[in-house]
Design a protein around this ligand. Structure first.
Ligand SMILES: [Zn+2]
Length: 514
């Protein structure tokens, strides 16, 4: 059977989703999970975009082993140099170099003639060759490019040293048959096409990203690109879990497979949803909460008699197990550590001690501890960069007017206490946080959901706030929903702080001047 290589771009294209901003710790954790999932290549980011992006790509290249690390670059020397500096220590490094090839992009965006575009592409592939053995070239907006021109530039960049040719449907415009045909055409018409691998990269603007990706596979593509949960620019990218499970379920049809460990899908989806704040819809294929729920009586009856009557995918295949209860009040440090290791976390002794302490505190509030609870404990300790930290809160009030009092640790290490009113409990908490930080954030979205089961389940809050015209996500978890709400808002504040790399005073000044 053919093996289709997987390039995961959750950390690059996925991170371009509106409102998503991951810090370095979160990106590293996602990259490690992608290795467990068995993707062949991880596109870790766009190093030239900002110092934060550069640092995250560098950290992943240095610390994450077991997959090719890919850095994204426009066709300029500065971008290529930045990728080299960021990923030179990777076990296996690849540059992903792109230039637009559609008439509309060349004319309005690049303001270059097709001849100039070919010339730049060739020159930059040659330039990248002095640093990299693996060069992936992308013809941006290939979907709306002229096929003959695509064939011409493809031939030239392969001659110049490109080993992988990506033909992206950047704007999600293609129909499956059309998109598939592009690969057939290029493989036949480009005389040196056998010297390179071809890659598909699809967007979901018309809801066809996965269908188009599968069409490319039918037409001989060697690598497919996508993200977990299908996150990405605008309507997102092809959801890799859907592509992989479609190939598995219909191997009779495609005769193709991937190196992915399908049972790691559920966990990857959860981790990425949690860290990005992009909530997975219940009806989402493969990873939605209802993806394996049979509701109608006729269906339930059928499944009870014989699962395959209505079930084409076993939930266990993608890592959903029915028994999720893991630990309780009497579980010891050893069992706790074992469970964390089974979940893929290798913590130092000191980190285990702190986490175990938090676990014990949680067992006072909650009888049964599930994997989700453990992830919450790790989440707070390991991923977040805490410049502002909630120390204490108290709320009072009725349905109309509430008052909150909070104490928060500031980035300079001092604690500050304030109180404020609000319409409702959460509003009063957020007004108080604004008062303490001195920064007014606009709340754009607030979502709450329970993690795990039962009335004492952990509440998970996601917020989207606006600062200086940009959106930031924040998340917080607690058995108390008001505390979870406060933590989510403070988390967003921390992301603004870390992203801008500013002092607290500068942040306030910037807000005033904007
Ligand atoms: Zn894309």
């Amino acid at each position: 059977m053919r093996v289709i290589k997987i390039l995961d771009t959750t950390l690059r294209d996925g991170e371009q989703s509106a409102g998503v901003n991951l810090n370095t710790n979160e990106k590293r954790e996602i990259a490690k999970q992608l290795v467990r999932l068995g993707v062949d290549a991880i596109e870790a980011g766009f190093p030239i975009a900002s110092p934060g992006d550069f640092q995250a790509v560098k950290t992943i290249a240095e610390e994450v082993k077991g997959a090719t690390i890919v850095g994204f670059a426009r066709a300029t020397k500065g971008d290529i140099d930045a990728v080299y500096e960021a990923i030179k220590h990777a076990e296996q490094a690849r540059i992903h170099l792109f230039i637009a090839t559609s008439p509309i992009h060349m004319k309005y965006k690049l303001r270059k003639s097709p001849e100039e575009v070919v010339e730049i592409a060739v020159e930059m592939v040659k330039y990248a060759k002095k640093y990299f053995q693996e060069i992936q070239f992308s013809a941006e907006d290939a979907g709306r490019s002229d096929l003959e021109f695509l064939a011409r530039i493809t031939k030239e960049v392969i001659d110049a040293g490109a080993k992988i040719i990506n033909i992206p449907d950047t704007v999600g415009y293609m129909m499956p048959r059309e998109y598939g045909y592009m690969f057939k055409y290029l493989k036949e018409k480009v005389p040196n096409s056998h010297k390179a691998l071809f890659s598909a990269h699809c967007h979901d603007d018309l809801g066809l990203a996965v269908a188009n990706t599968l069409a490319a596979i039918e037409n001989g593509v060697d690598q497919v690109e996508g993200t977990i949960n299908g996150i990405g620019e605008r309507a997102g990218n092809a959801a890799l879990e859907e592509v992989a499970v479609a190939l598995y379920t219909r191997k009779d049809y495609y005769q193709a497979t991937t190196n992915m460990n399908l049972e790691q899908i559920a966990r990857s989806s959860k981790l990425i949803s949690k860290l990005t704040g992009m909530i997975v819809p219940g009806n989402k294929a493969i990873v939605g909460a209802n993806a394996f729920a049979h509701e109608s009586g006729i269906h339930q009856d059928g499944v009870l008699k014989e699962r395959t009557t209505y079930e084409i995918i076993r939930p266990e295949l993608v890592g959903y197990s029915s028994n999720k209860l893991v630990l309780g009040k009497h579980s010891g440090r050893h069992a706790f550590k074992e469970r964390l290791m089974a979940l893929g976390y290798a913590l130092s002794d000191e980190q285990i001690n702190i986490a175990f302490q938090k676990f014990k505190e949680l067992t006072m509030k909650k009888k049964e501890i599930f994997d989700d609870d453990l992830l919450m404990i790790i989440d707070e300790q390991q991923f977040k960069q805490n410049a502002f930290e909630l120390e204490y809160f108290h709320i009072s009030g009725d349905n109309s007017i509430s008052t909150a009092m909070l104490r928060i640790k500031l980035p300079n290490g001092e604690s500050k206490e304030e109180a404020a009113h609000g319409e409702g409990l959460v509003d009063s908490v957020y007004n108080t946080i604004d008062r303490i930080s001195g920064i007014h954030l606009k709340l754009k979205d607030y979502q709450i959901k329970s993690e795990g089961y039962g009335r004492d389940a952990v509440g998970s809050v996601h917020v989207k706030v606006e600062y200086n015209g940009e959106l930031y996500n924040g998340r917080g978890m607690s058995t108390n929903v008001i505390e979870a709400s406060a933590k989510a808002y403070i988390d967003a504040l921390n992301r603004i702080y870390v992203k801008h790399g500013l002092t607290h005073q500068e942040l306030k000044k910037q807000e005033i001047s904007s």
